[in-house]
Write a protein that binds this ligand. Structure first.
Ligand SMILES: Cc1cc2nc3c(=O)[nH]c(=O)nc-3n(C[C@H](O)[C@H](O)[C@H](O)COP(=O)(O)OP(=O)(O)OC[C@H]3O[C@@H](n4cnc5c(N)ncnc54)[C@H](O)[C@@H]3O)c2cc1C
Length: 475
């Protein structure tokens, strides 16, 4: 979401191209991806041993694969789904390209910016709201966005007080481990309870943090505070992390990265086991029984899915703990809504127990407007009447022309949403979780140091590091 810009249409671009160009770019990258899927590298027998096998074709796996082949290492990417992207999924709804997973990036995310520049992909500025709807003492109140974001800014200055010190260098989160010891055990709910909030302020704060955490008891204060400091330590900066979109959609950049690699990509290839074999080899077995062999393996799947792969020998304790506790948030349902009945571009949020916790205006259509929303656990997104009723809490005259929901927690290859560390995980698990285990290297936004969890930036950071680690294991 864009708090500052004056653009009112998602088709207004920072660097030029409009929707037609966007769709064309998506087509071009699909072709590029088909090339990558066919294996753009020199022909080689698949059964022959590989230097490296990368498990998972999300941003972390795709980045690692490109870097490994750039070093001349033969690389096989095994992806369980019939598409690349993982928790990024550019799809379609109401005839428009939409993001069912990660969709935005923000200024200062230097790795994403570098990749966009490398592949000459432009960016689009997101829609600015014209009206904000927030919980009141009783029901909802409408205010100007400036008034609401100003008030939220003051509340979050207080909420994150001290974080500039304990995240003095937010890209190196453990730099002030001494100070983190006093806060890393706190959940978001614990922090909210420390503040002397009025009932309405409580609804605003708890309702703001809950959708990012999948529940305020689940997410760590330090989990969100690190993002806040990465974004400059202001509420406006925090929301600017959701202000830009790559032209062609979030998947377009990954298509470009994979097309640029010489890796062989195999879709529909779910890995079920990774086991050490004699002679320094590792065997990687698929659900269909097919087995591949390599010198090193990069496990670039979400932490929450590690428990679905049989590792022999078993995972180190820190990895097993993270897989059991989870890093991907336990409730992550993103909806695209086609709403009629309001000329405004409405920003809306509920209290933490609301059915729709956050609703953000997207592109205007000839007959209404698209919105992105994140639901709470109380909303059954299969119940159309319930979804419409939830929208009407924010916009009473609204009619729901249609919607599409993606429930990431039910997705077998994600088993959760974006990552947000649980209380205590930062100090207990970093940096051990980033270390190789024998010939196995781990990658993914969930275990990144900087923009971890909810950011493609972190997946790229982790993919770059994993490629270095895996390359050193092949020598
Ligand atoms: C709803 C939602 C909204 C988000 N919003 C944003 C946003 O606006 N901006 C942003 O930057 N980030 C956002 N994120 C976070 C971002 O999508 C992730 O951080 C990033 O995509 C993670 O990349 P990854 O490569 O680490 O993991 P993934 O994208 O999850 O990739 C892992 C891959 O491994 C595959 N896999 C899993 N198990 C197996 C197996 N056994 N065998 C083979 N393959 C397997 C999966 O299918 C997947 O393709 C959002 C995430 C969600 C869910």
């Amino acid at each position: 979401m864009n708090l500052r810009a004056t653009a009112t249409s998602a088709n207004t671009t920072a660097k030029g191209p409009g929707r037609r160009h966007v769709l064309k770019a998506a087509g071009a990258t699909a072709v590029a991806s088909a090339l990558a899927a066919a294996g753009a590298g020199p022909a080689r027998a698949e059964a022959a041993p590989w230097d490296v096998i990368v498990i998972g074709a999300g941003y972390a796996g795709g980045t690692a694969a490109r870097e490994l082949t750039a070093r001349g290492l033969s690389t096989l990417v095994l992806e369980a789904r019939d598409r690349i992207g993982g928790r990024v999924w550019t799809s379609e709804f109401a005839g428009e390209p939409v993001e069912l997973g990660g969709g935005w990036f923000g200024p200062g995310q230097q790795l994403v910016e570098r990749e966009l520049k490398r592949y000459s992909i432009g960016t689009t500025l997101d829609v600015s709201p014209t009206l904000a709807v927030m919980p009141g003492a009783d029901g909802y109140v409408s205010r100007s966005p400036a008034e609401v974001f100003g008030r939220l800014g003051s509340l979050f200055d207080e909420f994150y007080a001290g974080s500039a010190q304990y995240f003095e260098r937010p890209l190196e989160p453990l730099y002030r481990a001494d100070l983190l010891r006093g806060v890393d055990h706190l959940s978001l709910a614990d922090r909210i309870a420390q503040l002397d909030l009025s009932p309405v302020d409580h609804k605003w704060v708890a309702g703001s943090t809950a959708p990012f955490a999948g529940g305020n008891e689940v997410g760590a204060l330090t989990g969100l505070a690190q993002w806040y400091q990465l974004a400059g330590g202001t509420y406006e900066g925090f929301h600017s992390t959701m202000s830009l979109k790559p032209d062609g959609g979030m998947t377009a950049l990954l298509h470009a990265i994979l097309a640029d690699s010489k890796a062989t990509l195999r879709l529909n290839s779910q890995v079920t086991s990774v086991s050490t074999a004699p002679g320094g080899w590792t065997n990687v077995r698929l659900g269909n029984g097919r087995t591949y062999r390599s010198r090193a393996v990069v496990v670039a799947t979400p932490v929450n899915t590690w428990r679905t792969i049989n590792f022999d020998p078993g995972l180190p304790k820190v990895h097993a703990d993270a897989a059991r506790e989870g890093v991907g948030v336990p409730h992550a349902t993103k909806l695209w809504l086609h709403v009629r009945g309001s000329a405004e571009a409405v920003y809306a949020q509920s209290a933490e127990d609301g059915p729709l916790q956050l609703m953000l205006p997207q592109q205007e259509l000839p007959d209404g407007r698209l919105y992105v929303a994140f639901s709470g656990p109380t909303l059954n997104v299969s119940d159309r009447a319930a979804v419409q009723a939830a929208v009407r809490q924010f916009i009473p005259r609204a009619t729901l022309a249609g919607y599409r929901a993606m429930e990431w927690t039910k997705d077998r290859y994600a088993l959760g949403g974006w990552g947000l560390r649980r209380p205590g995980q930062l100090l207990r698990q970093l940096p051990a979780i980033q270390q190789p285990h024998g010939n196995i290297v781990f990658a993914g936004s969930d275990i990144a140091s900087g923009w971890y969890g909810a950011f493609v930036e972190g997946a790229i950071e982790s993919g770059l590091k994993a490629a270095q680690q895996a390359a050193s294991l092949t020598t």
